[in-house]
Write a protein that binds this ligand. Structure first.
Ligand code: ARG
Length: 247
């Protein structure tokens, strides 16, 4: 009987703590953390054969939400749409964007970013990996609209074609409508694994940091996500998830 009571009390304490963690956190829908995402971005977010959204970030954000006492719910769209959906100044449809988002000064003006959890840099993917960084002015470059890859390509090179998704950009590469796709290296490598005959070349772009972009002003949510991220980093979970999807 004593044991049962002690067990009950321990359970009540745990439940109480979970509630306390979620206390003071407001989201668009109670109990949920809705995230906008563009699931054309393996290994970070993509669809499996059953159309479920899987990858490093859906798995990570689900664990983060669980620690906060919420459930994470994806809202899928193209990247441009996902960026808009998480903006508080545009009447947010999502609490945050989880979509391989690079932290930039411009974006800091419209989101409150969490701590970064991984890094990438831009790479050039082409047939046989033939296109090098010195040739970028003489070729047609495919990019995804709204991305840091688009910004870099348009700032520096002449012929840039934008696509709503990377799936479309890579179709264009296979059809010969573009000569290369400029994108985050980890994602380029994932497409190379999926599509035979492609290869990558490096750029001299800077390192970019990925973080989650939360509705500006929702400090309680940012703080709670950061606390959860820290735990998941310290206990090796983030590293394990990244490794799992890079197998
Ligand atoms: N990291 C790049 C950016 O922030 C590309 C992100 C694209 N994400 C996606 N899920 N398609 O602009």
């Amino acid at each position: 009987m004593k044991k049962l009571l002690a067990g009950l009390m321990a359970l009540m304490m745990v439940l109480g703590m979970a509630a306390a963690f979620a206390e003071g956190i407001t989201t668009l829908e109670e109990g949920k953390m809705i995230y906008s995402t563009s699931p054309d971005f393996p290994p970070f977010e993509y669809r499996d054969d059953n159309d479920n959204i899987i990858g490093i970030e859906p798995e990570l954000i689900a664990l983060v939400a669980e620690k906060i006492g919420l459930t994470a719910e994806p809202l899928a769209m193209d990247f441009d749409g996902a960026l808009l959906a998480a903006r508080a100044d545009l009447g947010a449809k999502a609490d945050l964007i989880v979509s391989g988002v690079t932290v930039t000064e411009e974006r800091k003006a419209v989101y409150d970013f969490t701590e970064p959890y991984t890094t990438i840099t831009q790479a050039i993917v082409s047939k046989d990996g033939a296109v090098t960084k010195d040739q970028l002015n003489d070729v047609i470059i495919g990019v995804q609209s709204g991305t840091t890859g688009q910004i870099y390509a348009e700032d520096n090179f002449k012929n840039v074609t934008k696509y709503e998704t990377y799936s479309l950009a890579f179709q264009a590469l296979q059809n010969g409508q573009v000569d290369c796709v400029l994108l985050d290296d980890a994602v380029g490598n994932a497409y190379i694994k999926r599509i035979p005959g492609l290869g990558a070349q490096p750029t001299d772009c800077e390192i970019e940091e990925y973080a989650f972009g939360v509705n500006k002003g929702n400090t309680a949510l940012v703080d709670a996500i950061n606390a959860a991220l820290k735990e998941l980093k310290d206990d090796g979970t983030i590293e394990a998830i990244i490794l799992k999807y890079n197998e």
